[in-house]
Design a protein around this ligand. Structure first.
Ligand SMILES: [Zn+2]
Length: 74
């Protein structure tokens, strides 16, 4: 009976450590997912790198801003 109680305590500690590790992993995943897949593009006009979300699509390529698109493509 003494060993059974000890076994339950050890199993409880292992379960607690696993759930604790899962709790710390979960908040890290969304932040790493939003940072890593962010595609960087190069401006056709000034060669500066910028995130794909800020891209301005032009006929000759992508640009960092609408001003550079109009400067290159008129
Ligand atoms: Zn530019």
């Amino acid at each position: 009976m003494k060993y059974f109680v000890l076994l339950v305590i050890i199993a409880g500690v292992i379960w607690w450590l696993r759930t604790k590790r899962n709790d710390t992993d979960k908040p890290q995943d969304p932040s790493s997912q939003t940072q890593n897949p962010q595609t960087m593009l190069r401006c056709t006009h000034c060669d500066v790198h910028f995130p794909q979300t800020d891209a301005v699509q032009g006929a000759m390529g992508v640009y960092c801003s609408a001003a550079h698109r109009s400067a290159r493509e008129g």
